[in-house]
Design a protein around this ligand. Structure first.
Ligand code: GAP
Length: 529
């Protein structure tokens, strides 16, 4: 397993900067200071996203006879999420630093040991001010100066001063005592300050429906869905009956999900609004474990196909006790991002938990009737659940290369190149007339553009020297540049046979070859899918 702590901050900063500069991803509402945890895909990012979703949909829905698509509503009936266990259960335990008010996930605090300094309050003799309140600071390093604990405690008590002119260092601490602490998690690892008791923090976005909605009317309450899965479970019977399908079969959905993440971080990796690509694959109970392994293999081969290196993907077989109570098997597929090894997708065997809960809460019969065996039972479910935005981030991180092309004794020359697979690349081909002041070259280039444009996303560029234009395309990952030159026009002496051919320059190798314009479309179509 790769080291989770192995990070490359410098590389990540370059990737984030390129994403903004080239129009892949922008911070949402940036001109107003940004909406934390929300992102907008620019023109190139929107193409990459569309390419990924189209590929996933083609492989998992259109090329299979046993999987059907669904596009469910985002606003979700609260009864659905009550049955699924999200209402009242989808929360993180949070605690606050008493000094800085920073909010921390209680279950993610590393246990610490050391000497805790306890105080019962503080006073200021000259003004007669005092406060009675217990507070503690942990010094977790050997031989740490105990005055550091006192300084932190004074800063804490100074928050309660009514006269803000009194400096913290003038306060007298009261009731000091110490204790030895082992493996405790109620101190802030950043500054040693005591934390509040953990409280559950609701992760779902709640809203009120209807014009006359009353804040306290439970029927007017709806949620922005926290996962796409639930509409699949709730519609499973309708999909099954309307399509007359037999087990095993799946329902697939791509769509937005929303979670009020406490600490959105690592660019788009942990967002508050994100897209999921989920399949619920319904099967007979005896097939569940086998299908979970089969789905894991399929999902790994998908990542290989879109260009994520095998060595950067890691499968974690989640052990007993760490899986959801209803899951007999869960695999996490993780990827080596520049900020560490992190989850891309979960493949979980969920048994009959979800359909069972919806049957119980709705009172509706959700059993499957097997006409051959005459059995009636609740199907089991295998769920491959991938994050669309996380996969895009992985693809962007994977594609980013900086190549040193500096010639001996020459000026430093770093080529930034996004090595997207052609199927993922936002622009498939750039059409570049050699010179913009030669009308015949420009006219021919526009003809080539018109020939290709109905079939793929192309980009026409006639500005700057051709070398610079190639580099610009490298930076956004265009796999093929098509140059229209004097040979194309049959104007080069001795090279008349090259008339109506173009130069194709390959992004990764930078090699060039000539292709006849009449062959160009099939040549490209063969290479971009
Ligand atoms: N229906 C199962 C489910 O939702 P999950 O592990 O909570 O399981 C599935 O989410 C996938 O959705 C994750 O593997 C991840 O790729 C993506 N995901 C979850 N939370 C996310 C977030 N806050 N930001 C971006 N992607 C997220």
């Amino acid at each position: 397993m790769a080291n989770k702590d192995q990070t490359d901050t410098d590389r990540m900063e370059k990737i984030v900067s390129l994403c903004k500069r080239k129009g892949f991803i922008f911070q949402s509402a940036e001109i107003y200071g940004g909406l934390n945890g929300c992102w907008d895909y620019g023109s190139l990012g929107a193409e990459v996203k569309r390419n990924l979703k189209d590929l996933w949909w083609r492989k998992n829905v259109q090329e299979r006879d046993d999987i059907l698509g669904l596009d469910g509503s985002i606003l979700t009936h609260q009864a659905v999420l009550t049955a699924s266990g999200h209402v009242g259960g989808f929360s993180d335990p949070m605690c606050d630093c008493l000094l800085t008010k920073a909010r921390l996930r209680a279950d993610q605090i590393e246990p610490q040991s050391g000497i805790a300094y306890h105080f019962t309050g503080a006073s200021h003799e000259e003004s007669g001010w005092s406060v009675d309140r217990d507070y503690s600071v942990l010094l977790n390093q050997p031989n740490q100066d105990e005055n550091k604990a006192r300084k932190t405690a004074r800063e804490f008590y100074a928050q309660f001063l009514t006269d803000k002119q009194i400096p913290a260092k003038k306060l007298t601490l009261l009731g000091e005592s110490t204790s030895e602490e082992k493996e405790v998690t109620h101190y802030n690892p950043e500054n040693g300050s005591l934390l509040t008791e953990p409280r559950d923090f609701e992760l779902m976005f709640k809203t009120q429906m209807g014009a006359s909605a009353d804040d306290h009317d439970p029927n007017a309450t709806a949620y922005l869905r926290p996962e796409t899965a639930q509409s699949i479970f709730v519609q499973y019977k309708n999909v099954m009956d309307s399509n007359r399908v037999k087990l095993p079969f799946g329902i697939a959905q791509i769509g937005k999900a929303f979670r009020n993440e406490i600490n959105p971080r690592n660019f788009t990796f942990r967002s508050r609004e994100f897209e999921q690509m989920e399949i619920e694959y319904f099967c007979r109970p005896e097939d569940g474990l086998r299908l979970t392994d089969e789905w894991l293999a399929k999902r790994l081969s998908f990542y290989d196909e879109i260009g994520l290196q095998k060595e950067k993907l890691h499968v974690l077989d989640i052990p007993d006790g760490e899986r959801a109570h209803y899951s007999q098997k869960t695999y996490d597929i993780e990827y080596d991002f520049p900020f560490g090894q992190q989850e891309l997708e979960g493949v979980a065997y969920r048994g009959d938990y979800d359909l069972g809960k919806h049957k119980e809460h709705s009172g509706k019969p959700l059993e499957y009737f097997d006409e051959q065996t005459k059995e009636r039972f609740i199907p089991h479910v295998v769920e491959p659940s991938a994050g669309c935005d996380r996969t895009i981030l992985a693809l962007i991180c994977e594609a980013f290369y900086e190549e040193d092309l500096t010639k001996e004794g020459g000026k430093q020359d770093i080529r930034t190149v996004m090595r997207f697979k052609p199927a993922i690349a936002p622009i498939k081909a750039a059409i570049l007339p050699l010179l913009k002041n030669k009308p015949e070259l420009v006219e021919k280039a526009r003809e080539v553009k018109n020939l290709l444009q109905p079939f793929m996303n192309v980009f026409y560029d006639e500005t700057a020297a051709i070398g610079r234009r190639y580099r610009r395309q490298d930076e956004v990952g265009t796999p093929f540049c098509i140059a229209i030159d004097f040979e194309t026009m049959g104007l080069e002496e001795g090279k008349e046979d090259l008339k109506d051919t173009v130069t194709i320059r390959h992004r990764d190798s930078m090699k060039q070859e000539r292709v006849a314009i009449s062959d160009l479309l099939p040549w490209l179509l063969e290479r971009i899918h």
